[in-house]
Design a protein around this ligand. Structure first.
Ligand SMILES: Nc1ncnc2c1ncn2[C@@H]1O[C@H](COP(=O)(O)OP(=O)(O)OP(=O)(O)O)[C@@H](O)[C@H]1O
Ligand SMILES: [Mg+2]
Length: 399
């Protein structure tokens, strides 16, 4: 392109850009005049759009420069703005925001002319609400497959305990507004999955929840902020996942300062509304410190066992219908005796990987491959669980 042609192309582009930005500024001014939002900030909501608009209450439609073009499209009435050109007001938890739509001409990018706007003073709050709405729209996580009585006990002692009518009655009768539940059992049988399921239930109820990992604990210990780990602002559940060494018998691991700190933080918290502590560990019950097991600290112990035939069937029957249509479920149930839930799920992964490769659903192959993979792992490395410190030579020592 010769320099003169290039110059004139640049001049056209720059005047188009100026027009575009002027249009955008004009629309924001219209928003201020029409709605009273003092300092509107334009936003493209992207994946927040649907959850936020679903939660908001639709307000009136307003014209732009005397023009309003309605849209009768019956699809997605709930979230569609109902117009092609104009402004619609929305209200969400007391925050007013607008959808502006005024795309015209052949702009390849209309986002400057089709946007959401909110007053600067409400911007951060709207963002926080949008985060919550998006989180709430995620599908709830699956409950673990457990014997019905165990699932029921787990629910009643956690979410059920904190439900307002129950908690009020417990308090009225002088009961404790706090409860401790310990989940024990061999790896891969649903302890962490049960925690995920419960914190999902907390989230849906807008209760507080907090997950404490051994790493979090270690850091809090270093900064002397252990008490904060145990406290919740509102009613809620604190999950302590994989807390093996902190709970172990002081006789066998020799009394450590760490356990004393842990127990005193547990006893010392101020319960405002109601709190449930859920601890998980691989440690067998007889190895757990008696001081920790006393009522008031731990009120219920649930042992997560590997699945029996009925539970294995229940787990496998939750698999995708394409898999179920191509395997013999009775055989799958029979051939997984002694497997943990996680191991059975791994068989499913192998089945799917094989199918992607060969197009066949080959259960025998998956079983064999599982054995090969396991044997190649050799003696499985010990997981680092609980509160451990590393010496320079790599040995683990309790705190
Ligand atoms: N009871 C169960 N029902 C359904 N799926 C399960 C169950 N238990 C385990 N799984 C599957 O195995 C995976 C691992 O289980 P999870 O992390 O809950 O084990 P865990 O008991 O916490 O083990 P660890 O003691 O090693 O921490 C889960 O994400 C899930 O896919
Ligand atoms: Mg776990």
């Amino acid at each position: 392109m010769n320099p003169t042609a290039r110059k004139s192309v640049l001049a056209i582009m720059s005047s188009q850009l100026k027009q575009y930005t002027a249009d955008h500024r004009y629309l924001l001014e219209v928003v201020t005049q029409q709605t009273g939002l003092a300092e509107p900030v334009a936003v493209e909501l992207d994946e927040f759009y649907v959850p936020l608009l679903k939660a908001a209450r639709k307000g009136p439609l307003l014209p732009i420069d005397g023009v309003l073009v309605r849209d009768w499209d019956p699809d997605n009435r709930r979230i569609a703005p109902g117009f092609q050109l104009g402004i619609r007001l929305y209200d969400l938890e007391g925050i007013r925001f607008v959808r502006v739509r005024c795309g015209h001409g052949n702009q390849s990018n209309i986002w400057g002319l089709d946007f959401i706007a909110v007053d600067r003073k409400d911007y951060r709050r709207l963002y926080k609400i949008a985060l919550r709405c998006r989180r709430d729209s995620e599908p709830p996580s699956n409950a673990p497959v457990l014997p019905a009585e165990q699932l029921d006990l787990l629910w009643k002692n956690t979410i059920g305990y904190l439900e307002a009518p129950n908690l009020n009655r417990i308090k009225a009768y002088g009961g404790r507004a706090r409860r401790g539940v310990l989940l024990t059992g061999a790896p891969g049988n649903g302890k962490t999955m049960a925690c995920r399921w419960l914190w999902e239930a907390c989230r849906q109820r807008r209760w507080d929840y907090r997950l404490v990992t051994p790493d979090n604990y270690r850091q809090a210990r270093a900064h002397d902020t252990i008490e904060e780990l145990f406290s919740v602002d509102r009613r809620g559940i604190v999950f302590f996942d994989d807390m093996d060494l902190a709970l172990r018998d002081r006789e066998t691991v020799h009394e450590t300062e760490d356990q004393a700190v842990f127990l005193s933080a547990l006893d010392g918290i101020n319960v405002h509304e109601g709190v449930v502590f859920v601890f998980t560990t691989n440690c067998s019950l007889d190895l757990i410190d008696r001081a920790f097991k006393r009522p008031g600290r731990i009120d219920l112990v649930l042992n997560f066992k590997p699945p029996d035939e009925r539970l294995r069937r229940q787990l496998i029957e939750r698999w995708h219908e394409d898999i179920l249509g191509h395997i013999n479920v009775d055989l799958a149930v029979a051939s997984t005796e002694g497997f943990s839930f996680a191991e059975i799920e791994e068989l499913k992964n192998l089945l799917v990987m094989r199918c992607m490769d060969s197009g066949d659903w080959d259960w025998d192959w998956a079983l064999k491959q599982f054995d090969v993979n396991r044997s190649e792992l050799g003696s499985r490395p010990r997981r680092h669980v609980g509160f451990v410190n590393r010496r320079n030579n790599g040995d683990e020592i309790p705190f």
